[in-house]
Design a protein around this ligand. Structure first.
Ligand SMILES: [Zn+2]
Length: 67
């Protein structure tokens, strides 16, 4: 029953496997981040590895606000 879960970074494709089976624990332990978005009415989960997440949060995200 302990098969482990594979997570892959949506940015660089890096994968990491964790046997705990807890998404929250995995994120806390390894510094990964999970984002949720809706695409065509379906919930999409995107994982970011620590380096991609750092790059993402240091970059100014494009917003709907335009001059
Ligand atoms: Zn990555």
């Amino acid at each position: 029953m302990d098969s482990g879960i594979s997570y892959s970074c949506s940015q660089c494709g890096r994968t990491e496997t964790d046997g705990d089976g807890s998404v929250t624990l995995f994120a806390q332990k390894n510094g990964w981040a999970l984002t949720r978005r809706f695409e065509e009415g379906k919930l999409q989960l995107d994982w970011f590895c620590p380096s991609c997440w750092t790059r993402r949060s240091s970059t100014t995200l494009p917003t709907a606000r335009k001059p």
